[in-house]
Write a protein that binds this ligand. Structure first.
Ligand code: GLP
Length: 230
């Protein structure tokens, strides 16, 4: 696991953007895994302004169980509407048969680059603490921390559903390359545990310690609770 600590949020976002651009140059038909959340908004702004993404396939990590498809709406607003990604190349987990998502990803030759954010409780996608490291795409009950955080952050006043569909931890781990972006003080504790504690289901993101090609990109605030090595 590689950890990069950048001066500020802008620099951290730029770094992730540059990595995606480099991967797109190598492989224009990239299978790109996408995350929602306010951390991703500046990244999607850069991506929609500076590249076409015409040939990519996108795989979102999760979706709330509600009629409104809040995650899809979020993506529509911040990226899809402004980019040239083809409608038929946009994928989300499917409520009727969540496990089909794993089969589909496999059939389409896997995710090349998976972008991740992190919850304040260390979740990735919606894999809440206690999720099995072997988990596949499934329905999950959200923790009260997640519901509170998300209603405060990226969904403003909208009521947050209590259940969601999430890509599983084992599904995420199959991605060839993973980039986790975390910015701001609210993520500092989760980041310290993810990187410096023993890998455990109490902190789902700590599974990434076992992945061969993961880069964690932080600003100074998100890195502020990490213990310095002597
Ligand atoms: C949600 C998403 C996660 C995301 C997290 C952090 O819970 N399911 O994928 O990492 O929010 O969101 P934010 O960037 O708003 O802090």
């Amino acid at each position: 696991m590689k950890v990069l600590i950048l001066q500020n949020q802008k620099q951290a976002v730029k770094k992730v953007f540059e990595i995606i651009i480099k991967e797109l140059k190598k492989k224009p038909k990239l299978n790109l895994g996408l995350a929602t959340g306010k951390t991703m908004v500046p990244l999607y702004k850069l991506l929609s302004k500076n590249t076409t993404l015409r040939n990519v396939k996108t795989f979102n990590l999760d979706e709330y169980i509600s009629k409104e498809n809040l995650m899809r709406k979020f993506m529509q607003k911040h990226l899809f509407k402004k980019s040239k990604i083809k409608e038929e190349n946009i994928y989300f987990p499917n409520k009727k048969n969540p496990r089909e998502y794993d089969t589909l990803i496999k059939k389409l030759k896997g995710i090349d680059v998976q972008i991740l954010g992190i919850g304040t409780n260390g979740h990735i996608a919606f894999n809440e603490p206690g999720s099995s490291f072997k988990s596949k795409t499934r329905k999950i009950k959200l923790s009260s921390t997640t519901i509170r955080d998300n209603s405060l952050s990226f969904h403003s006043k909208k009521e947050i559903p209590k259940y969601a569909l999430t890509m599983g931890l084992s599904t995420i781990m199959k991605s060839k390359k993973i980039i986790l972006l975390a910015t701001g003080k609210s993520k500092a504790e989760a980041i310290a545990k993810t990187i410096q504690s023993k890998s455990s289901i109490k902190v789902p993101a700590s599974i990434l310690q076992k992945h061969k090609n993961t880069t964690i990109i932080l600003d100074k605030d998100a890195a502020s609770k990490m213990k310095r090595s002597k």
